[in-house]
Design a protein around this ligand. Structure first.
Ligand SMILES: O=C(CO)COP(=O)(O)O
Length: 248
């Protein structure tokens, strides 16, 4: 049985002091939940958020990472820095990074392999634009993203990764994918994993849905057979996040 995951992606929101206040507000309601809770936060918030989450079951994730170990890469954050700060997850290949920072499938793959090397679990994002959906190429595109993201990744390591299906047209728009649309793609992703790694890995890997998840739709989405939880943007910054984590 796969354990559900609810991860918040704070994006570029919350100053360090706001971040600590939000964690204090949310954490009492995270304790009795049956899911793995992850707060993925801006780099500058990592240290205070890790401190504020001490003694809870909440894990802290980063929203990005570079694939080099150290050196002259102004502005970047290395895997060792994340590990040393107490991070155990990292979002890789979010559509906003692909779109605004020109991250391509190859860079996404490099980052994933480097995260794994440092024992950081990558939350690997994939998803299509509205035009791509309307052109009927969603599944072809997702397959390309997943196959290239997991290139050179061993079965044991792939099993520990988390995949997040985030249709770009559903991100921050309030336009959530229907449960059928979300389930269909998550099921196909599991099929792609099965083709690469076999049934055992496919049955174990956790696949999330992201895109306008809120307290009102979480139960329905997370009840689908291939949806193992959510990657939540806007609603992760509000008290509503407690309801999503305790969706049952
Ligand atoms: O991009 C997302 C999570 O990574 C989804 O954002 P929203 O939940 O705000 O639509």
């Amino acid at each position: 049985m796969r354990r559900k995951v609810v991860a918040g992606n704070w994006k570029m929101n919350m100053t360090p002091s706001e971040a600590v206040a939000l964690v204090k507000e949310l954490k009492p309601n995270m304790e009795n939940s049956d899911v793995d809770v992850i707060f993925c936060v801006p780099s500058i918030d990592i240290v205070p958020v890790v401190e504020a989450c001490k003694g809870t079951k909440i894990s802290v994730g980063a929203e990005n990472m570079y694939y080099e170990e150290k050196g002259a890469y102004t502005g970047e954050v290395s895997p060792q820095m994340l590990v040393d700060a107490g991070v155990s997850y990292v979002i890789i290949g979010h559509s906003e990074r692909r779109q605004y920072f020109k991250e391509d499938n190859e860079m996404v793959n490099r980052k994933i392999r480097k995260a794994i090397e440092h024992d950081i679990i990558p939350i690997i994002c994939c998803g299509e634009t509205l035009e791509e959906r309307e052109a009927g190429i969603t599944l072809t595109l997702i397959k390309k993203q997943i196959v290239s993201a997991l290139k050179y990744v061993s079965p044991e390591n792939a099993q520990r990764c988390i995949i997040a299906y985030e249709p770009i047209w559903a991100i921050g728009t309030g336009r959530v994918a229907t449960t059928q649309q979300a389930q269909e793609v998550c099921c196909s992703i599991r099929g792609i994993i099965r083709d690469i790694y076999g049934t055992q890995i496919a049955d174990a890997i956790r696949i999330l849905y992201g895109g306008s998840v809120n307290a009102g739709n979480a139960l329905q989405l997370f009840s689908e057979p291939d949806i193992d939880g959510g990657l939540v943007g806007g609603a992760s910054l509000k008290p509503e996040f407690s309801k999503i984590v305790n969706y049952q």
